[in-house]
Design a protein around this ligand. Sequence first.
Ligand code: FE2
Ligand code: FE2
Length: 228
Amino acid sequence: MTDDADLVTAEWRRRTQAEYTSAAIAQQVTLWLIQLGAPPDLIRDGLRIVEDELAHSEMSAVVADDAGGVAGSPVIDPATLTVGGGGDPAAALVASILRYFCIGETVAVPLFRMLRSRCSVPVARRALDRILRDEARHRQFGWDVLDWVLLAGGPSVRDALAAQAPTMLSEVVTAYTVATDGAEPEAPMSPNVLAWGLAPPSDYLDTLAIALASDVRPRLATRGVTID
Ligand SMILES: [Fe+2]
Ligand SMILES: [Fe+2]
């Protein structure tokens, strides 16, 4: 066992847990789509994403085990697997699709591309290949659902999006800052660790800033949602 192995196992164990959160969110969003009478194709896209996220979790668990580090079993905390809705599926859908898909899955694409660019260990590379391929479709699902709710809800939905977006953009930066906190050493990350698909916090935050500015904000602006 080495410190590097422990670091790699701990990070892929964290990803194993995070994919459960993604599965729960996709399942909840898809249930709201059914309850709101969304087109079947959108509903099927959502169900497929639940399956994807479970596959990502399983693949992440394999990488964590193969890395050989010391880490406990994944802890699935029910408190992290609920998405607030306030009893109104339409409002909950708008908030969740913006936060977790239009923002979350859209920034995930360049973030996973960054991780994969230096990843050379086959088992980790296979997991990142699958995740990256799926995330592009998950991103598209978010914008497709957003277009559907905008079509159905009109200006009031646009106003709700514009009101919530600034806080959510800040939240995602905080989430990635917290998610990477403590998972990285103070010293530069070793090539061996990078090869397992990890990256230092500064790389996450740099990639995130570019993604928010060049991928998320322009897509929102195209839909009439401008943020100061
Ligand atoms: Fe995923
Ligand atoms: Fe995803």
